[in-house]
Design a protein around this ligand. Structure first.
Ligand code: GDP
Length: 320
């Protein structure tokens, strides 16, 4: 049995097994996962990686269901992954609820993977990144990476995707919602959802407000004129989704044609390299023997028997 070949052949069960493998914390599994990923590297065509963020209740799962079904109806293969910042605390999972994306989950052209339910952000990010690579190797055209908007997870998703979508709800008044500037700056397209029924006027107003706010942001070199932009959609009534997809594609094409696509992926690869080293060092610091030595040296420093600098040098030598 060749797991790599099965993945390349688009075998979904092989893909699911491989993702379980990269999610495993066992050292022997980790070694196998790294070998697998290494074997698959470069073999894959590039998928379009779309990040999607929004607060709970804004309509992320409804949107992914509608948007995903629209794409699969066009013959595209769509994978959905999640970065779930809450899972570290609750053990829950944003895609764990089986009732979410019911139709899409039964679609043979779709693959939905709940987020891993342990580990801190660093670990979740690594697993999601590796799952993205596996989906790409399996030949998916679009990989949607979903996250709940709480700040930290958006930064992770922005470092994983080619295009970042921010889903917002219509605001009550005509005030901008408390969206942090940093998150707005990460977004390539802001989608104001629920532009239907009674909510439609406020959705359109909210969209105009954001369009105005986005125009005040400095245009980024990786963007053509008009981006980032705000659109109104209704995930429930499947309105505006074709337009949103057209915008995503036009931005992706522009970035590919101007070298920004490859640059972004290269920068992301460097980011994850330093991040992995950082995580590895942090993990080394939490080892029992290292912690004991840290505590001993800390006490010695406090008692004045060794200088902080000498103690730090001793500690770093131990780590090496
Ligand atoms: P999530 O928590 O972001 O995944 O949000 P859900 O997709 O679960 O949606 C939360 C609620 O908003 C549900 O009751 C949906 O039916 C509703 N909803 C989602 N999209 C729309 C939409 O486009 N229009 C309207 N009116 N309601 C929507």
């Amino acid at each position: 049995m060749d797991l790599a070949q099965d993945i390349l052949d688009g075998d979904r069960r092989a893909l699911a097994r491989a993702i379980t493998l990269v999610e495993s914390a066992r050292p022997d599994h980790r070694a196998q996962a790294l070998a697998l990923l290494d074997g698959l590297r470069g073999a894959a065509k590039q998928a379009l990686r779309i990040g999607l963020s929004g607060t709970p209740g804004v309509g992320k799962s409804t949107f992914i269901e509608s948007f995903g079904l629209m794409l699969t109806a066009q013959g595209l293969r769509v994978a959905v992954l999640a970065v779930d910042p809450s899972s570290a605390r609750s053990g829950g999972s944003i895609l764990g609820d089986k009732t979410r994306m019911e139709q899409l989950s039964r679609d043979p052209r779709a693959f939905i993977r709940p987020s891993p339910s342990q580990a801190q952000m660093g670990g979740v990010a690594r697993r999601t990144r590796e799952a993205v690579a596996l989906c790409e190797a399996a030949g998916f055209d679009v990989v949607l990476i979903e996250t709940v908007g709480v700040g930290q997870s958006e930064t992770v998703v922005a470092e994983l995707c080619d295009i970042f979508l921010l889903l917002l709800a219509p605001a009550g008044g005509d005030e901008l919602q408390g969206v942090k500037r940093g998150i707005m700056e990460m977004a390539d397209i802001i989608l104001v959802n629920k532009a239907d029924g009674d909510l439609k006027p406020s959705a359109l107003r909210t969209m105009a407000d954001y369009a105005g706010a986005l125009r005040l942001l400095r245009r980024r070199p990786q963007d053509p004129t008009g981006f980032p932009k705000a659109l109104a959609v209704s995930a429930l009534e499947q309105a505006g989704l074709q337009a949103a997809w057209a915008e995503v594609q036009s931005l992706a094409t522009w970035r590919k044609d101007h070298g920004h696509w490859a640059n972004r992926r290269a920068a992301q690869a460097q980011h994850w390299f330093t991040e992995e080293v950082r995580q590895g060092l942090l993990a080394a610091l939490t080892q029992e023997s290292i912690r004991t030595r840290m505590a001993e040296l800390g006490t010695a420093v406090a008692q004045g028997t060794i200088s902080p600098e000498a103690a730090a040098a001793d500690m770093l030598a131990t780590l090496r």
